[in-house]
Design a protein around this ligand. Structure first.
Ligand code: GCW
Length: 678
C-alpha cells in the first residue's frame, strides 16, 4: 500500500503509450569510469527506469545499438570525451543531457565535469519521464545558483527534534556506528534528487557532546553514507564547548588557549571525517552562549571557528537570529543593529545565516532588512521547512509561495530592482560563498515529513536552493505529478490547493500583517491575549498592540522606526499607511479600527472577512480533495482527508478565538454576514 515513503521518487509504471515511447530511448546504460557516485547514478537510473518503463535497462561498457544512455565525465569516459561537449560553464555540480549520435547509433548522453554532476543529471533525466516530458531531441544543461544548499536538522542527541512534527530524529545514535540504517541512503537519494549538498545533523540548541570522539565515530558513518550523494556533513558548535568539554574557565574567542582548543578539536574531526563541511552556530540568542559573554563581537566568534576549519576547507555558518532579554529595542531591529556594523569583518569562509524575516518564521513577514545591507558579507538565507508557526504537520500549507514572495522582494539596495534572490546569488567577492539553509521537517515517520503534503516543502526547498529564481507554481506542478500520479484532474486539484494554502493559514491565524499570536511554548493554537510572560517580546500583545483605539505595531518614525533599517525606497513604502501592502499593514502601522481598507470596509470588518476567508479556503480544499477520492490511492487519500478535517476544526478555532479576543478589546459589533462561531 502507498504510504508516502517513496516521496517524489515513486517511479510507478507510466501509461502503456508512454512506455512505448520511452523504452526505445532507454535501452541500455553505458557508463565508463567507476566511483560510488557513478554507481549511485547508474543504480538510480535502473531503479527509476525499471519502475516506470517496466524493465530496467542493462548496463554495458560500449554502445552497441540505438537507445543507450551514456553517462560519464570527459576525464572518466573516453566516449564522453570524444563528444567534445560544452561543459566548461557548468562548474563542479552542473550537468548536460543531450541527444547525440555515437558510431551511428542514437544515444542520450548525461555528462558533467564531476561525478556528482552525473548524479544530478541522472535524477533530472528521470524527472523528465516522471513528468512525461520528451527525452528525444533533448539538449539541456543546468547548474546550481548557490554553493551551500543545506538542511538544518534541529535534532538533539536524545533523538528529540525541536519543532519537529514527524517522529524522532532519523539519526539512530544508539545503534551507530555499527548499524547503518538503509533509510540513511534513501534520505540521501531524496536530497540529491533536489540538489541538497549539505546536512547539519544537530540542533542549534544542542549540547556540545556531539564533538566528543565517541560521537564523531557515529557521525563518520553518516558522512560515509551520504558522501556518494554529494552531501557533506556539518555539526553545530556550542560556543561554550571549551568549558564543557575542555574543562577550561573561559570560551573567550580571543583567548589563545580557547583558540588552540578549537583548532585541536577541529583537526580531530577532520581526521575522522576528511570532508567534514564545518560548523553552524547559534550564539548569544535565546540563552545560548556566545562571544558577547566576553564582550566580543559575532565576527570575533565566527572568525575563531573559521580559522580552525580553514586549513581543511571547511566553512562556518553563523546565525544572525539574535535578540536579547530586557533589550528595550524592538526585537525586529536587534539583529540588524548587531550585525550591520560588522559588515566586512567576517573571515572569507564564513556565511552569515539570516532568517527570511526579522521576527521568526511567521506565516507572513516582510523580508529581513539585513538582506542588501551587508554588501561585503556573504549572507545565506535560512528558511524553516518545518511548520512551527503554520499548524505543524496537520495543516496543509505549501511554503513555496511564501519563499518566492521573500526571494523576489526588492531590497532597494544598492538600487531598485535588486531582490533578495539577487543578494543571495551574488558573490560579494571572487571566491566568496553563497548559500541557503532550510530547517528540516524530516523524522522517522513513514512518510518522512509528518504529512504527505509537507513532503512538498522539503522538495520545494531543494529546488529553491538550487535556483532561488524558481517559481512556486512550477515547483508545485512538478511535485504534484511526481508524487500523486499523472492526470489533469490531479494536477489541477492538488496544485490549486497548494497554491492558495499558505494564504489561507495567514488569513485564519495572522491576517493583515499580524504576527506571533501563537500560544506560548508550542506555537500551535491562538493566544493573542497572553501578556504576562517574563520576556515581553514573547508576549503576543507585544506584537498586535490592540486597544480600543486600534491595532498594529507602529514601526514607523512615530514608533520603533524599524522601517528605517530598510533602503529608503522600501522604507518609504512600508512606512506609509497608504502605500504599505495591506498584507503588511499591521506589521508596520498601528491604525484605528475604523481605518478604511481598499475594499471600502473598515479595518475591523476587513479583519473579520479575512478570518472567515481563511476558514472558507480550508473548506474549499476539503471539497477539492473529495473530487480525487478514486483518483489517488486510498491510504494517502484518507490521510489527507482526515488532516484537512483537523485543519478545518483548528482554522475555526483560530478564527473564533481571535475574533472573540479582539472584540473584547475593540468593543465593536460583528459585521453582518460573518458566520456565527461553530
Ligand atoms: O523561534 C525559535 C524557535 C526555537 C528555535 C529558535 C531558533 C532552535 O521557537 O525552537 O530554536 O527559533 O531559530 O534558534
Amino acid at each position: 500500500a502507498e504510504d508516502g515513503y517513496d516521496l517524489w521518487l515513486r517511479y510507478r509504471a507510466v501509461e502503456a503509450e508512454a512506455q512505448a515511447r520511452y523504452r526505445p530511448l532507454a535501452a541500455a546504460i553505458v557508463s565508463e569510469g567507476r566511483s560510488d557516485t557513478i554507481d549511485a547514478a547508474t543504480q538510480e537510473l535502473r531503479r527509476g527506469l525499471g519502475g516506470m518503463l517496466g524493465q530496467a535497462p542493462a548496463t554495458a561498457a560500449r554502445v552497441t545499438g540505438d537507445g543507450a544512455i551514456v553517462i560519464g565525465t570527459p576525464a572518466g569516459s573516453p566516449i564522453v570525451a570524444r563528444l567534445r561537449l560544452p561543459l566548461s560553464g557548468l562548474g563542479h555540480e552542473g550537468f548536460l543531457i543531450r541527444s547525440v549520435t555515437i558510431d551511428g547509433r542514437r544515444a542520450t548522453v548525461i555528462a558533467a565535469n564531476s561525478d556528482i554532476g552525473l548524479l544530478y543529471g541522472a535524477f533530472r533525466y528521470l524527472q523528465r519521464i516522471q513528468l512525461r516530458q520528451p527525452v528525444d531531441a533533448i539538449d539541456l544543461s543546468d547548474k546550481p545558483k548557490l554553493d551551500v544548499r543545506v538542511l538544518n536538522h534541529w535534532d538533539n542527541l536524545d533523538r528529540y527534534v525541536e519543532r519537529g512534527y514527524s517522529g524522532e530524529s532519523l539519526w539512530d545514535w544508539q545503534k551507530l556506528p555499527r548499524f547503518r540504517d538503509p533509510r540513511y541512503t534513501d534520505y540521501a537519494r531524496a536530497n540529491a534528487s533536489i540538489g541538497i549538498n549539505g546536512v547539519v545533523l544537530t540542533n542549534v540548541n544542542a549540547n556540545a557532546d556531539i564533538l566528543r570522539p565517541e560521537w564523531l565515530e557515529k557521525v563518520k558513518i553518516l558522512a560515509e553514507t551520504f558522501r556518494p550523494y554529494g552531501i557533506r556533513v556539518y555539526l553545530t558548535a556550542r560556543f561554550s564547548a571549551p568549558i564543557e568539554l575542555g574543562g577550561m574557565k573561559t570560551a573567550d574567542p580571543l583567548d589563545p588557549a580557547v583558540r588552540a582548543w578549537w583548532k585541536a578539536r577541529t583537526d580531530e574531526i577532520y581526521r575522522v571525517i576528511p570532508d567534514f563541511g564545518g560548523f553552524l552556530v547559534k550564539a548569544n540568542s535565546e540563552g545560548q552562549p556566545g562571544p558577547g559573554d566576553y564582550k566580543r563581537t559575532h565576527a570575533d566568534g565566527a572568525n575563531m571557528l573559521a580559522d580552525a576549519v580553514k586549513p581543511h576547507g571547511g566553512i562556518v555558518m553563523w546565525r544572525a537570529f539574535v535578540y536579547e532579554p530586557h533589550n528595550p529595542e524592538d526585537r525586529h531591529k536587534q539583529a540588524y543593529t548587531d550585525f550591520v556594523p560588522l559588515d566586512g569583518k567576517f573571515a572569507d569562509n564564513v556565511l552569515v545565516q539570516v532568517k527570511n524575516g526579522a521576527i521568526d518564521f511567521q506565516p507572513r513577514e516582510p523580508f529581513h532588512p539585513i538582506f542588501g545591507a551587508m554588501p561585503r558579507t556573504p549572507l545565506m538565507m535560512e528558511f524553516q521547512i518545518t511548520k512551527e508557526y503554520l499548524g505543524f504537520a496537520t495543516h496543509l500549507a505549501y511554503l513555496g509561495t511564501m519563499w518566492e514572495e521573500v526571494l523576489e522582494s526588492d531590497t532597494g539596495r544598492p538600487r531598485a530592482g535588486r531582490t533578495v534572490a539577487d543578494v543571495l546569488e551574488t558573490r560579494v567577492r571572487p571566491g566568496a560563498l553563497t548559500g541557503m539553509a532550510g530547517v528540516a521537517n524530516i523524522g522517522t515517520d513513514r512518510n518522512w515529513s509528518g504529512s504527505q503534503f509537507d513532503q512538498a516543502n522539503w522538495y520545494a526547498f531543494g529546488r529553491m536552493a538550487w535556483n532561488p529564481d524558481s517559481k512556486a507554481q512550477a515547483i508545485a506542478a512538478d511535485w504534484t505529478r511526481m508524487t500523486w500520479g499523472a492526470g489533469p484532474a490531479i494536477d489541477d486539484a492538488v496544485t490549486g490547493m497548494m497554491m492558495r494554502s499558505r494564504e489561507a493559514v495567514v488569513d485564519y491565524m495572522t491576517p493583515l500583517g499580524l504576527g506571533h499570536l501563537m500560544a506560548t511554548g508550542h506555537h500551535y493554537g491562538p493566544a493573542p491575549w497572553v501578556s504576562d510572560l517574563a520576556r515581553p517580546e514573547w508576549n503576543p500583545v507585544y506584537y498586535h498592540k490592540a486597544d480600543q483605539g486600534g491595532i498594529g505595531f507602529d514601526r514607523t518614525k512615530t514608533g520603533s522606526d524599524a522601517v528605517s533599517q530598510y533602503a529608503p525606497s522600501v522604507a518609504a513604502r512600508y512606512g506609509s499607511v497608504d502605500r504599505v501592502p495591506e498584507e503588511l499593514l499591521l506589521w508596520f502601522h498601528h491604525v484605528p479600527w475604523s481605518h478604511r481598507m481598499a475594499s471600502g470596509r473598515t479595518l475591523w470588518d476587513e479583519l473579520i472577512v479575512r478570518y472567515d476567508r481563511g476558514v472558507g479556503e480550508v473548506a474549499a480544499m476539503q471539497a477539492r480533495w473529495d473530487t480525487l477520492r478514486d483518483k489517488v490511492d486510498p491510504g494517502r487519500w484518507a490521510e489527507v482527508r482526515d488532516f484537512l478535517a483537523i485543519q478545518h476544526d483548528e482554522a475555526t478555532w483560530w478564527r473564533d478565538a481571535s475574533i472573540a479576543y479582539f472584540q473584547s478589546v475593540s468593543k465593536l459589533p460583528l459585521p453582518a454576514g460573518h458566520a456565527a462561531p461553530a
